[in-house]
Design a protein around this ligand. Structure first.
Ligand SMILES: [Zn+2]
Length: 135
């Protein structure tokens, strides 16, 4: 009779309260950073729009401003996607689903969450989703 049972490894690989607190703090920090970037990008966009709208800016300078706009809009779009993913991850922490793949239900894995705390799918499903998008 083993008197010392091995550490319990549940099939769902639920995260410990400490691990959840760690990721929650990281996600909250990430959400703050992204919100700050959001404000900054919007301010840049507003400034560039006023430059573009200026009648004295024409030709190559106007084209450059328009190009800069596209870049800021792309950044803004990326940042909003990240922020939404971060907020959804925080919601999953609250609901107790954090760390599980939303596609197949497998554990996402601590190593992946350390790199990408907002991850909602495992590596396998991520690959599959990206293929489905037809990149
Ligand atoms: Zn999966």
């Amino acid at each position: 009779m083993p008197s010392n049972p091995a550490p319990v490894l549940t099939m769902k690989a639920e995260l410990t309260a400490e691990q959840l607190a760690h990721f929650k703090a990281r996600l909250q920090e990430q959400a703050r950073t992204l919100s700050a970037q959001d404000s900054e990008l919007r301010a840049r966009l507003a400034a560039e729009e006023s430059v573009t709208a200026n009648t004295f800016v024409a030709g190559i300078e106007g084209a450059m401003a328009a190009e800069a706009d596209d870049e800021v809009i792309a950044l803004l779009h990326h940042e909003q996607t990240e922020l939404a993913a971060t907020q959804q991850a925080l919601e999953r922490i609250e609901s107790g689903d954090y760390g599980q793949c939303t596609e197949c239900g497998d554990p996402i894995g601590l190593a992946r969450l350390e790199v990408l705390p907002e991850a909602h799918v495992c590596v396998g499903c991520q690959d599959m989703l990206e293929h489905r998008k037809g990149r």
